[in-house]
Design a protein around this ligand. Structure first.
Ligand code: GAF
Length: 384
């Protein structure tokens, strides 16, 4: 989706050229799943798929929103009427950001917005964070708010948590706002410190496939919240602020202390081992050994499937088929209950692997997956 095309459509809709055009990407999480709301480590990278927004300011307290991807006309909202809760449609993401900015004391007086996104929705690739971050960045620049990086991400997370009502962590918004081309973002979600880890798989003769199972995780809200509540219960039972505080070498002792809390034990085990897997992945990439991260990704999938219990038959089929076909590693990515898996493989193997995965889906009677190659791409930025 080109900036020019989005700006032209804005002009058709609103009768004037936009003041600017911005982009914010979706993400793939390489490793570190369901660790962000436990103050843990994550390691996403930005996709080339992005939300693009053409935006101009208004001075009359009105927000007009239009999306190229949704049937329907221009939605018109009064800023003073924006309030969390209630039945929300897609406009909740941009409107929630405006609400969060105003709540934080920023004097937003209105905006006209036209959006177009290439991030697949319901695929676990952060289409909603891309929408939030692109609007936040546009308003930041137009209203000169001085927000950057994780501060921008925090406001977007507040829009999602409070306005939309999804109890998500900080990873997706930070990934969209802060990732850099050719790098994965090693993020400590406790203090939000970041390290850009070079992640140039092509130079190593490797590829990373994203396999969107087309299973929409529409019902993940309740399940996601239940996993989060279980983790918080585990932290409370163990007397720590967050599961991040349980060291990997203290895991057995922590699990023993949980006695017969059968619902909490596997959740704690996943989070503690997953944090260790992120650290191991970072160490292997720093040591220049990207092939060695394959088994770490696969371990992560087993933990999400067996302990966190958020996989599904389609995701497991991708992983099993990819590994049987010689992939170096594979795992589900994102919130789970559907969405996408990633497959790390030798460049020479990806065509055959894609075909084998598609055949396995047909044989199982599943909807055909969408398979594409993921290159670590730039984070949010102004285009025009
Ligand atoms: C979703 C959430 F939005 C993230 O905050 C994160 O918890 C992820 O699921 C799981 O790692 O994408």
């Amino acid at each position: 989706m080109g900036a020019q095309q989005v700006a032209d459509r804005f002009a058709e809709l609103y009768g004037a050229r936009p003041e600017g055009v911005w982009a914010a990407p979706g993400r793939v999480n390489l490793i570190g799943e369901h660790t962000d709301y436990n103050d843990g480590f994550v390691m996403p990278f930005a996709l080339p798929h992005q939300a693009v927004a053409a935006v101009s300011r208004r001075t009359d307290g009105v927000l007009r929103l239009h999306s190229a991807d949704i049937d329907g006309g221009v939605a018109q909202l009064r800023l003073d009427d924006l309030a969390p809760g209630g039945d929300h449609d897609w406009t909740a993401y941009p409107a929630g950001v405006v609400w969060a900015l105003r709540e934080a004391g920023h004097a937003i007086t209105g905006a006209d917005v036209h959006l177009a996104s290439t991030v697949p929705t319901g695929a676990g690739l952060s289409s909603s964070a891309a929408l939030e971050v692109v609007i936040a960045l546009a308003l930041n620049d137009l209203y000169d708010l001085g927000l950057k990086g994780w501060r921008l991400a925090r406001l977007c997370q507040r829009a999602e948590n409070v306005y939309v009502g999804a109890p998500t962590g900080i990873m997706d918004q930070t990934a969209s706002a802060c990732c850099e081309q050719g790098h994965a973002l090693f993020l400590d979600t406790r203090d939000l410190s970041q390290q850009q880890i070079p992640f140039d798989l092509a130079a190593e003769g490797l590829r990373l496939l994203v396999v969107d199972t087309q299973v929409k995780h529409a019902h993940s809200g309740g399940e996601y919240g239940r996993r989060r509540a279980g983790c918080e219960k585990g932290a409370a039972l163990l007397g720590v602020d967050a599961l991040r505080d349980i060291p990997y070498d203290g895991l057995d002792e922590a699990l023993a202390r949980l006695g017969d809390e059968e619902d909490v034990i596997p959740l704690v085990r996943h989070v503690v081992t997953e944090n260790e897997r992120v650290e191991r992945t970072v160490a292997l990439l720093r040591a220049g050994d990207p092939r060695a991260i394959g088994p770490v990704l696969t371990e992560g999938h087993a933990s999400l499937r067996d302990d966190f219990r958020i996989s599904c038959p389609e995701l497991d089929l991708v992983v099993d088929t990819a590994l049987a076909g010689g992939a170096l590693g594979a795992r589900m990515t994102g919130g789970g209950f559907g969405g996408s898996a990633i497959v790390l493989a030798e460049a020479t193997a990806v065509d055959t692997l894609s075909k084998t995965i598609e055949e396995a889906f047909t044989a199982a009677g599943f909807t055909s997956p969408r398979v594409f190659e993921a290159l670590p791409s730039p984070g949010a930025r102004r285009l025009v």
